[in-house]
Design a protein around this ligand. Sequence first.
Ligand SMILES: Cc1cc2nc3c(=O)[nH]c(=O)nc-3n(C[C@H](O)[C@H](O)[C@H](O)COP(=O)(O)OP(=O)(O)OC[C@H]3O[C@@H](n4cnc5c(N)ncnc54)[C@H](O)[C@@H]3O)c2cc1C
Length: 443
Amino acid sequence: MGYTAELRPDAPKSSARFGFTWPSKISLLCGVLSTPLSASVVVIGGGPAGLLAAERLAEAGHQVTLYEAQATVGRKFLVAGHGGFNLTNSEPLPDFAPRYGLQRTQFAEYLNYFSPNDLRQWAAALGINTFEGTSGRIFPTEEHKPAQLLRAWVERLQQLNVQLFTKHRWLGVTPNNGLLLRDEATGREMETQAAATVLALGGASWAKTGSDGRWASILEHIGIQCVAFAPSNCGAEVPWSAFFREKVGRAPLKNIALRCGTDTARGELMLTDYGVEGTPVYALTPALRAALAHNSTAQLVLDLKPDLSDAQLLEKLRKPRGGKSLATFLQQTLRLATPVPTLLREVAPAEALATPEALARLLRQVPLPVTSLRPLDEAISTAGGVAWEEVDEHLMLRRRPGTFVAGEMLDWEAPTGGYLLQGCFSTGAWVARGVHRWLTQQQ
Ligand SMILES: Cc1cc2nc3c(=O)[nH]c(=O)nc-3n(C[C@H](O)[C@H](O)[C@H](O)COP(=O)(O)OP(=O)(O)OC[C@H]3O[C@@H](n4cnc5c(N)ncnc54)[C@H](O)[C@@H]3O)c2cc1C
């Protein structure tokens, strides 16, 4: 059994350790503070990975305390909700696991343990039904907002007696092997001991949600190797001319294919004043990052008509143009509207538009030179984090037995489409299993 103690001897008596009463559902979401209790399992980080680990551990009968640095839990989860709230994906597991790239083998195991179906059932048990949208993406039904899911989830944690402390930042470990925390409301520091700890501190983007990656230096300080953070699922910068930026601004190109090296992605590309963004760009960020590591420019190649064969494309372009402008001709024959002609003139010399053959080649391979990825803080997710060599098969830190790591803070990345949240849920469930097993062995 653990204990919680204030470290600063001058701390006011009013911050006595006990006497915690469970706050109401609303006050929990608003981050009402109380004083930490002793705990057998401490979870740090109130994102989806930490909340699910806490829930599963409490269900297994453990006394769980969760600390969150922000005033409310699940801030990035709610941000994810603004953009469509894509909870998971219906893709079959053999295709799902490779979405996690080099970590596909481990993720196959985590996904088997807590699958996309399990996630849907879990949401349904909280009263949130889901449906399958286009390309297999799974969303909560129209009437269910992300905040509703989060509220129901916190209520569920409340029923399970999970102690939740917001505005409590984890600062590191103490010489006694304890956890050092700071109450952000009072500035008081305190130490708590736990039989097992789950770290679920998130990645390093959208710092305003609390996922600031500051934990990496804490872990490095105690000898845990972390891979440098890098933006994933983010926009890419293309050096447009001032004319193009002004004329085009923001414009979508629907139903395109985008290539970087040997990787290809389909979807809707968004031209922006800084370059390009959208699902296909996000999916290609690992390839772009790799290319930019060796060269000052990475090449994206845009296919504006991926559903037409070369012969079909050429046939359409060979139709007599008459006196029509390029813009009218492309619109009428290929349904390529503005800003396509402006884009073609921006990136290719006049001769590339001069003949049907040259134009067919260009429409198939519009070159988009990328000079960099957008800044880390803007990215939907981050690559980098706790190195895989640092954790065992239960996601327990090898150098710190009893401390487990879940969610985006591990060094993995996956495309958008529900794979990110699913990865966080599955690793959250997996560490709960690992903690349970560890505590059982310690008895
Ligand atoms: C704009 C946007 C849209 C997205 N859309 C989707 C989507 O549709 N589908 C999808 O699958 N994914 C989406 N994601 C990604 C998804 O939200 C994240 O992958 C997921 O929230 C990560 O979960 P996590 O639990 O690992 O970490 P987080 O959700 O980042 O939670 C970590 C928590 O730890 C807390 N914390 C950090 N340091 C400390 C500390 N020292 N002490 C105490 N607490 C600390 C943070 O405050 C935070 O609350 C989106 C992300 C963004 C930014």
